[in-house]
Ligand binder design. Sequence first.
Ligand code: HEC
Ligand code: HEC
Length: 85
Amino acid sequence: MKKNTVVLLNILFVTLAGVILIFLFNAPEVTTPHVPKDKNHQIFSGMHKKEAEKQCEQCHAQGRKYPLSENHPPKYRCLLCHIRK
Ligand code: HEC
Ligand code: HEC
């Protein structure tokens, strides 16, 4: 490879890395609510994710205590989005 080409490729690489970094720094803040740390949710803290998720619907299904809003994102695997504190 010619020396000029190498220099050019290096400049390209650095520019690209910079663009990606800027993109990542501008990512929006996390808005997904965490699983609250209260009486209702305490029991899930040490539980296996799949085990815990079976029980969320007891309160968060339609017609229960705290149903999900209609525009709630796809709800398969609650705990992959809602982080436990
Ligand atoms: C015994 C009933 C009950 C169970 C079971 C339950 N929740 Fe909740 N959850 C509530 C209630 C009531 C609220 C609203 C009041 C509060 O913040 O505690 C709530 C709030 C939340 C919130 C916060 C919503 C917000 O607006 O900030 C998330 C996230 C959540 N629950 C996720 C889960 C997940 C995931 C599970 C299963 C692992 C689960 N919950 C199981 C009753 C329950
Ligand atoms: C793909 C990611 C994702 C999954 C999976 C998911 N949620 Fe959510 N959930 C969200 C986001 C994002 C919000 C905030 C929505 C908003 O503010 O409009 C939310 C909001 C909530 C709320 C607050 C009330 C509401 O509807 O806005 C509760 C309670 C909740 N989720 C419980 C659950 C439960 C229980 C499950 C599993 C059955 C689940 N979530 C699965 C992303 C997810």
